[in-house]
Design a protein around this ligand. Structure first.
Ligand code: NAX
Length: 332
């Protein structure tokens, strides 16, 4: 019989939290036989909504849920957690300067890094969802080191990855499970580069390159890229709220594959600390194609990168360097 794993969700009273918590409680993240103790963290102004989520979680009577900790204190929330999903952050409001938003998030992620560093279980894996996701993860990495090593910190780009799979499956009228190995390179922002050059599709007679099957390079080089880059904005326009269902599902997928492993021959996209692969400056949190085995991810090596891709990958790295500089300037 498996011991329960403590899982933290910060920003638990928000809309992604509301969609994410039941997925974790159902076993979609860590497996249908893995009991969990769910730690819910939010801030004082959201305390009533936090209470409501906690009550609903109790009312749903999930058999896998062996306990609930609901708190506004980071130290209590981080105690003994093996998995931390950081959804809480400060959103950009109309009229706010980029620097002001960055500065708020830098101080949140600095504080939460030190709470995780002190109270999380050894080997805790952290997934940062809150925007600016890559740079929040970078700050967390900086302040949680060395207790939480960089290999245990990632940011969410699986939503962008899944969106790319979705677009190709719609275009080719195949099931989304029959498309794999797209790549999201770079920042979880509009400079991200959705790359289908190595993606394959199951034609029923084996896996073939998406480029061959689509037979429309123009679409893959233009509309496909912008649709994935702009999908978040499109959802906001239609829903008057940002993506929550798909974001929660992607957060689940990212932890699931990281912890339980990627299927043979399949990679996924994850924002992880660059080791210099593909010429991306070491230390940046950048989205790469990764495989995972026994709870450890590694960047897929040796993919051929053409000039078009290289330029897009560099542009997103450049944006991340600028974000990093802005974030560090907020520390002084
Ligand atoms: P909500 O505003 O609904 O929820 C955020 C919650 O975080 C609120 O309940 C708030 O009280 C809480 N919070 C604020 N500061 C906190 C702190 N210091 N400690 C703990 N909790 C805190 O936003 P939601 O739609 O749930 O989105 C959450 C974050 O995900 C946003 O930053 C958003 O930009 C980001 N996203 C990232 C995505 C990705 O793919 N990486 C996609 C979806 C989403 O846009």
């Amino acid at each position: 019989k498996k011991e329960p794993i403590k899982v933290l969700v910060s920003g638990a009273a928000g809309q992604i939290g509301y969609a994410l918590v039941p997925l974790i409680a159902r076993g979609a993240m860590l497996g249908p036989d893995q009991p969990v103790i769910i730690h819910l963290l939010d801030i004082e102004p959201a305390v009533l909504s936090l209470k409501a989520v906690t009550m609903e979680l109790t009312d749903a009577a999930f058999p896998l849920v062996k306990g609930i900790v609901s708190t506004t204190k980071a130290a209590e929330a981080c105690k003994g957690v093996k998995i931390a999903i950081m959804v809480g952050g400060f959103p950009r409001k109309e009229g706010m300067e980029r620097k002001d938003v960055m500065s708020r998030n830098v101080s949140i992620y600095k504080g939460q890094a030190s709470a995780l560093k002190r109270f999380a279980a050894p080997g805790c894996k952290v997934l940062v969802v809150a925007n600016p996701a890559n740079t929040n993860a970078l700050i967390l990495k900086h302040f949680a080191s060395p207790s939480i090593p960089e290999k245990n910190i990632s940011c969410l780009t699986r939503l962008d990855h899944n969106r790319a799979l979705g677009q190709i499956s719609e275009r080719l009228k195949v099931h989304v499970g029959d498309v794999k190995n797209v790549i999201i390179w770079g920042n979880h922002s509009s400079t991200q580069y959705p790359d289908a050059n190595h993606a394959t599709v199951n034609t029923g007679k084996g896996w073939k390159p998406v480029r061959e099957v689509v037979s429309d390079d123009q679409w893959l080089n233009t509309e496909f890229i912008t649709t994935v880059q702009q999908r978040g904005a499109e959802i906001i326009k239609a829903r008057k709220l940002s993506s929550a269902l798909s974001a929660a599902s992607a957060a689940c997928d990212q932890i699931h594959d990281w912890v339980l492993g990627t299927p043979k021959g399949t990679w996924v996209s994850m924002g992880v600390c660059s080791d210099g692969s593909y010429g991306i400056p070491p230390g940046l949190i950048y989205s790469f194609p990764v495989t995972s085995k026994k709870g450890e991810w590694s960047i897929v090596q040796g993919l051929e990168i053409d000039a078009f891709s290289k330029a897009k990958m560099e542009a997103s790295a450049k944006e991340l360097i600028e974000e990093k500089e802005l974030a560090y300037s907020c520390l002084n």
